[in-house]
Design a protein around this ligand. Structure first.
Ligand SMILES: Cc1cc2nc3c(=O)[nH]c(=O)nc-3n(C[C@H](O)[C@H](O)[C@H](O)COP(=O)(O)OP(=O)(O)OC[C@H]3O[C@@H](n4cnc5c(N)ncnc54)[C@H](O)[C@@H]3O)c2cc1C
Length: 436
């Protein structure tokens, strides 16, 4: 008999799981609450400009970064990827350009910090081997950084691309810090034309393999018999009775849909902290604006404490360039949309003095926007916070107490495209009972 799976949520994790199982002959149905699929992969158009929401850069393709291999299985490497030259960190007016590729990255860092050459070599040697060191999960990234690097400015530069993860001096595991930085040093990429192409490609393939990807299908309840999900119920009353259910939504939202899971597990999951949300100012530029730069830029105030970020003070803004567009991202949330946009534009004027006069129109999203669109509590950007001091409690297995219900997506592993892709394989391996 044909195996069947329902996937709740059409974010990257949900669509990838649907794709992996479809390729193995499963009948897959993906249910998405929103009118558009893709979750944080969504992009949107305003006039002739395309803006991304939760996909600005991807790390880990090229130089054995791992992503290329994984993405080629989904046919995603055929999309119009563009390799960035590298990343730039600006702190209090000083600029540090960090080119892609370990050799070039190391050479640039050593030229900025000649006194720290051997510490830099040690730091990069650890990062490049991170894949083999899962024990780094129990090590504090901040404590390790302080033990490895003595120059405080160098520590700031190495942490300065920080918006890609939530730096937390007390909790962030070294594994997460090293894995993400390693991936971006190997190669940072951008998808020309927007992240929706990823979702559309995965969904089209699932349909071509006989599956369904349905939007406007909010799942509101799970029925269960004998410790397994027997039916998935959507808000419009439709019922689905698959062999396996995969959830790509925030686990605490999932568990609210069933009373057949023990309270102790529910309390543990709903008690976990979530990473903070991000605000984004998507700017469409006037026609005469200078063309964008082929790099991501992170601008920080001189006194920023990157490992103890403040939500109420504007101290960090990330910049990403598209075709005729600039996106500004910050963890700070204050005032209304116009105030946020105005202050972010002023903040980066030390690096992009032309920007203020080049703005044609802008659109602002805040954590509340993400909460509304994806249902993720508090509009958390990167899901559940993993605590290196308490990994047992703060990391979730892809298995749940209901035997045919599995988790995937950013809440069961590292966030971001590389992390979610790896989790998709982990979830499907658990379902299929073998390494794939
Ligand atoms: C502002 C921002 C910028 C980011 N930038 C980057 C970046 O540059 N590079 C990078 O690699 N990562 C980035 N990320 C992180 C990355 O986008 C996420 O880690 C990843 O997309 C998460 O995918 P997911 O499948 O886990 O979940 P999601 O994308 O959250 O998908 C969950 C899906 O489930 C749906 N859903 C929720 N509830 C229900 C329900 N009841 N019924 C049916 N469907 C439901 C939602 O609508 C959504 O479509 C960024 C994130 C944010 C927020």
């Amino acid at each position: 008999m044909e195996h069947s799976a329902v996937v709740i949520g059409s974010g990257l994790g949900g669509l990838q799981c649907g794709h992996i199982l479809s390729r193995r002959g499963w009948k897959v149905t993906v249910l998405e609450q929103h009118s558009r699929i893709g979750g944080c992969m969504q992009s949107f158009r305003r006039g002739n400009a395309t803006f991304d929401t939760g996909l600005h850069f991807v790390g880990g393709a090229g130089e054995d970064g791992g992503l290329e291999l994984l993405f080629s299985e989904f046919g995603l490497m055929d999309l119009p990827w563009k390799r960035l030259d590298g990343e730039e960190v600006c702190i209090g007016g000083q600029s540090f350009f960090l080119p892609s590729g370990y050799d070039a990255y190391s050479e640039a860092l050593c030229s900025y910090f000649p006194e720290s050459t051997s510490e830099i070599a040690d730091y990069l040697a650890h990062l490049s081997q991170v894949e083999k060191h899962h024990e780094y999960m129990d090590v504090s990234a901040w404590r390790w950084l302080c033990d490895t690097i003595s120059d405080p400015l160098l520590r700031k530069v190495l942490s300065g691309t920080s918006l890609k993860m939530e730096l937390d001096a007390d909790r962030l595991p070294l594994y997460t810090f090293a894995r993400i930085n390693d991936a971006f040093i190997r190669g940072a990429w951008q998808l020309r034309g927007g992240g929706s192409q990823i979702a559309e490609k995965l969904a089209q393939d699932i349909r071509n393999m006989g599956g369904e990807v349905l939007s406007g299908k909010k799942v509101v309840a799970l029925e269960s018999i004998d410790g397994a999900v027997s039916a998935v119920i959507a808000e419009d009353g439709s019922r689905y009775c698959p062999e396996v259910v995969i959830s790509d939504i925030h686990p605490s939202c999932l568990l609210a849909m069933t009373d057949k899971v023990r309270k102790i597990y529910k309390d543990r999951v709903s008690g976990l902290d979530n990473t903070k949300g991000l605000s984004t100012v998507n700017i469409r530029l006037r026609e005469y604006a200078p063309s964008g730069e082929n790099r991501s830029i992170y601008v920080h105030g001189a006194d920023v404490d990157l490992w103890r970020p403040r939500a109420d003070v504007l101290e960090t803004v990330g910049i990403s360039f598209g075709e005729g567009t600039v996106d500004l991202m910050t963890r700070t949330c204050f005032g209304d949309a116009d105030e946020l946009a105005g202050r972010c534009i002023d903040f980066v004027s030390c690096r992009l003095p032309w920007l203020r006069d080049a703005v044609d129109e802008y659109f602002v999203s805040t954590p509340r926007t993400y909460e509304r669109y994806t249902g993720t509590p508090e509009g958390s950007a990167y899901g559940i916070v993993r605590d290196c001091n308490d990994m047992m409690r703060t990391s979730l297995s892809v298995r749940t107490p209901l035997k045919n219900l599995y988790l995937t997506g950013q809440n069961v592993g590292i966030h971001g495209v590389l992390g979610v892709t790896k989790s998709s394989y982990r979830t499907c391996e658990e379902i299929l009972g073998k390494k794939i």
